[in-house]
Ligand binder design. Structure first.
Ligand code: NAD
Length: 333
């Protein structure tokens, strides 16, 4: 199959290697010409040190590589999905299946990434999403991983499953693209908050609380937006939340650690040096919660710290001292 991977960050590169291994004809597109040239020279992505890029993987900064492809993978950061889709619209053939792997929600519109792509392509192409607990650093090293391929058309989800699946990368299918994309985007906010708590010297109890209650609020808003509650208990919900809140590979958690240690959010984003999706998702998640009238206390607290200069410790205390509740009062099960 002819596949174009759009976005040569850590994830786009790791997925290109996987798709190449699965026998596909793969081209990896870089936004920055310099990024492409450096990878051509070193045959390595600086975010994936020690993982060689075989000669068979074509590298380009020319978007026309997506013309006539069987599948196009959107692996650019969420803030760049709309502009990239706009540029791709005149290039794509209608038969090309689009697979979004970007994890985010558009801030002003509260749209999921597959919806943003669909809008820019005027509904001309089928759009699926692939998500789950999958750090590029591990997938690039062929460490066993599982994800979910989601599309309202289950046959397309199965086609995507076949494309990615191998003995080290297991893929499940789902027709709930809403739940899969919302779980993917919103868990980054909880991970950033979990990082802040680690940075402040809090413990495992705190993290377990944040993960459990974080999933509750994600599922609450997710169901309101049309997702299925079961999806949030799956790989794209709980699975991704666990890995992002606990792993040292997580940029969201790393950014939080720095903020918890006293750095300003802006400095922390700079220091991490790669896209920290939770930073953007805190604003879009907060806006989404307001729009649909759903309580998301952890997301709201994280948003205040990141964007409103709310003091971290006091904000956390106010989260702990919210009105008393029965545990199942706000449950998603
Ligand atoms: N890294 C992971 O392990 C991982 C896993 C699953 C999903 N994702 C998701 O994949 C997406 C990409 O993440 P990443 O980790 O590969 O990012 P990254 O930080 O490694 O790389 C970002 C890439 O975006 C490119 N870029 C910057 N501005 C751009 C623009 N305006 N238009 C197009 N491209 C631009 C840069 O050139 C760079 O290659 C994110 O939404 C992320 O949540 C990442």
């Amino acid at each position: 199959m002819k596949i174009s991977v759009i976005g040569s960050g850590a994830w786009g590169t790791a997925l290109s290697l996987l798709l190449l291994e699965n026998g596909n004809d793969v081209t990896l597109w870089s936004y920055f010409k310099k990024e492409c040239e450096a990878m051509e020279q070193t045959r390595e992505n600086p975010f994936l040190k020690g993982i060689p890029i075989p000669e068979k993987l074509r590298l380009t900064s020319d978007l026309s590589c997506a013309g006539g492809a069987d599948a196009v993978i959107f692996a650019v950061p969420s803030f760049a999905v709309r502009e990239t889709a706009k540029k791709l619209a005149p290039i794509l053939s209608p038969k090309t299946v689009i697979i979004s792997v970007a994890k985010g929600i558009e801030k002003d519109t509260s749209l999921r990434m597959s919806q943003v792509i669909d809008e820019e392509l005027h509904g001309s192409n089928i759009v699926a999403a692939l998500s789950g607990p999958s750090h590029a650093e591990e997938v690039g090293r062929r460490i066993p991983t599982a994800c979910v391929s989601a599309c309202p058309d289950i046959e397309v989800a199965e086609w995507v499953q076949d494309m990615f699946m191998n003995e080290r990368f297991r893929v499940y299918t789902s027709s709930d693209i809403i739940g899969v994309e919302l779980g993917a985007a919103l868990k980054n906010v909880i991970a950033l908050c979990a990082g802040c708590c680690d940075g402040m010297g809090f413990g495992d109890n705190t993290k377990a609380m944040l993960m459990t209650r974080g999933l509750t609020e994600i599922a609450r808003v997710g169901e309101k937006m049309g997702g299925r509650k079961e999806t949030f208990a799956g790989l794209a919900g709980m699975g991704d939340l666990i890995v992002t809140c606990t792993s040292n590979h997580s940029r969201n958690r790393r950014a939080g650690l720095l903020i918890g240690g006293g750095m300003s959010p802006q400095e922390a984003m700079k220091q991490v040096g790669a896209v920290v999706e939770g930073y953007y998702a805190a604003a879009s998640g907060f806006a989404m919660a307001q729009k649909c009238g759903v309580e998301m206390p952890i997301t709201e607290a994280t948003y205040s710290v990141l964007y409103k200069e709310a003091p971290l410790r006091e904000t956390f205390t106010s989260l702990m001292t919210r009105a008393k509740r029965h545990e199942l009062e706000e449950s998603w099960l």
